[in-house]
Design a protein around this ligand. Structure first.
Ligand SMILES: Cc1cc2nc3c(=O)[nH]c(=O)nc-3n(C[C@H](O)[C@H](O)[C@H](O)COP(=O)(O)OP(=O)(O)OC[C@H]3O[C@@H](n4cnc5c(N)ncnc54)[C@H](O)[C@@H]3O)c2cc1C
Length: 402
């Protein structure tokens, strides 16, 4: 029996879920409220475990061709401007065919996957179609969208809500989004300046500083010429105008590198950051995946990776149930796996990563640096650390949750 799956949201999680379902022979309709994919600077770091999944969907070659491979990442002490520790993904070469991360902006993944979906007969993409209602009974789910002539109804066997942190699907299900919002917002300044040449840092560098930490990383940009994003905490009291002002931007960039030319700055963005997990990941025939199910701070680049893992899990589950290979009880496994894994590998790691960057107590800072140095210097600990940061441990643990 062929099932029809409605997917809400054509962000990176929605498009991957749609492609994974369509490739398994499920009929897919993907709804996206906007007419175009959002290009604002968000996720860029794709870890080895997720690269394996993109390879399985046949997306990896094109995805890598518009990004850059980053084998190393570094921790720096921003006060003394010294390198604390460097980690090398090559330590994972016996665990994964992809012992590196790929830095490709998330909108590129959405656009690549949308092009693939366009050529698949059982997949329909409806851009500019926002979902405003979700109802269900034991036989199916109905999504309501706003049509030109009034509300339109669409019937499905199952629905996957991939409609981001403010998910309408989650709200329609009345599922609580448990957690908290950080008081400070995160400011992203994008520049064409080459920090690797100026500072000797690598394309993923975390700079700890009790006054103001920085995440510094490189992406290729749409022109593939390369650019750097510097992420800073904005003070609670700082308005958008103040954070974007020439003097505040100059102060931050000059602190990173004294000779940073302001005319190389190409983008400014500021956003609010949360640590939240939906109380339920499934209600009846409706699943939540990606930011609709969980949000976190971006230090470590884990949120989207985990969302893509959700997408593959729900697609496999629906295929097995719809094809009769498994009974409806398999549907429960999605939440049994995905919710605790998000808490253990994404919420806990990102909170710890942020805390390490902003630590103020000199003794704790020193202890953190010593621990990082010890971990990097010991091959066993080095590999264990990367198994966790790359979410390979999370994928292996998922496989053990029946
Ligand atoms: C600055 C920043 C940096 C980040 N860096 C990283 C990183 O390096 N690595 C990482 O893993 N994560 C990172 N993240 C997190 C990452 O961006 C998100 O986890 C990711 O966007 C989630 O994808 P998604 O598809 O679940 O949701 P979204 O990307 O939010 O997409 C949701 C889509 O649903 C659509 N939509 C919303 N409501 C409706 C509706 N009612 N009907 C139809 N469509 C709807 C929206 O228009 C949107 O296109 C970062 C986040 C930020 C803000």
């Amino acid at each position: 029996m062929e099932a029809r799956i409605g997917i809400v949201g054509a962000g990176p999680v929605g498009v991957v879920a749609a492609l994974a379902c369509a490739k398994r022979g499920l009929g897919v309709v993907l709804f996206e409220a906007e007419r175009e994919i959002d290009h604002s600077p968000r996720a860029a770091t794709t870890h080895p475990s997720t690269l394996e999944m993109l390879a399985g969907l046949g997306l990896l070659d094109e995805f890598q061709s518009v990004g850059l491979k980053a084998r190393y990442f570094q921790f720096w002490d921003g006060v003394s401007r010294t390198l604390v520790a460097e980690f090398d993904h090559h330590a994972l070469r016996d665990e994964t065919p992809y012992p590196y991360v790929v830095q490709t902006e998330q909108h590129k993944l959405s656009e690549i996957a949308l092009r693939r979906l366009a050529s698949m007969p059982d997949a329909e993409v409806r851009l500019g179609t926002g979902i405003i209602g979700v109802t269900q009974d034991e036989r199916g789910v109905r999504l309501t969208s706003n049509g030109i002539a009034g509300p339109e109804e669409h019937a499905f066997d199952y629905v996957i809500g991939c409609d981001g942190g403010r998910s309408t699907v989650r709200k329609c299900l009345d599922v609580e989004f448990e957690g908290y919002t950080w008081p400070e917002r995160f400011l992203v300044l994008t520049t064409l300046f080459d920090f690797a040449a100026a500072l000797g840092c690598c394309p993923r560098s975390y700079i700890s500083d009790p006054d103001e930490w920085t995440n510094l990383f490189k992406v290729m940009g749409d022109d593939l010429k390369g650019r750097w994003r510097a992420v800073f905490p904005a003070k609670e009291s700082e308005t958008d105008e103040e954070a974007f002002s020439e003097s505040a931007v100059r102060r931050r960039m000059v602190k990173l590198f004294e000779g940073h030319p302001m005319d190389l700055l190409v983008h400014r963005n500021i956003y609010r950051v949360h640590q939240r997990v939906a109380k339920a990941f499934r209600v009846g025939r409706v699943f939540l995946a990606g930011d609709a199910a969980h949000v976190n701070n971006p230090v470590g680049g884990l949120g989207l990776n985990c969302g893509i893992h959700d997408a593959l899990d729900v697609a496999e589950t629906l295929h097995r149930v719809a094809s009769g290979e498994a009974g409806a009880e398999l549907l429960d496994r999605y939440e049994r796996r995905r919710r605790p894994l998000n808490i253990e590998y994404v919420q806990q790691q990102t909170v710890a990563n942020k805390k390490r960057l902003e630590e103020r107590d000199p003794k704790v800072r020193q202890a953190n640096f010593d621990a990082l140095r010890r971990t990097a210097a010991d091959p066993r600990l080095h590999k264990e650390f990367l198994m966790r940061t790359s979410l390979i441990d999370s994928v292996r643990k998922a496989g053990k949750i029946a």
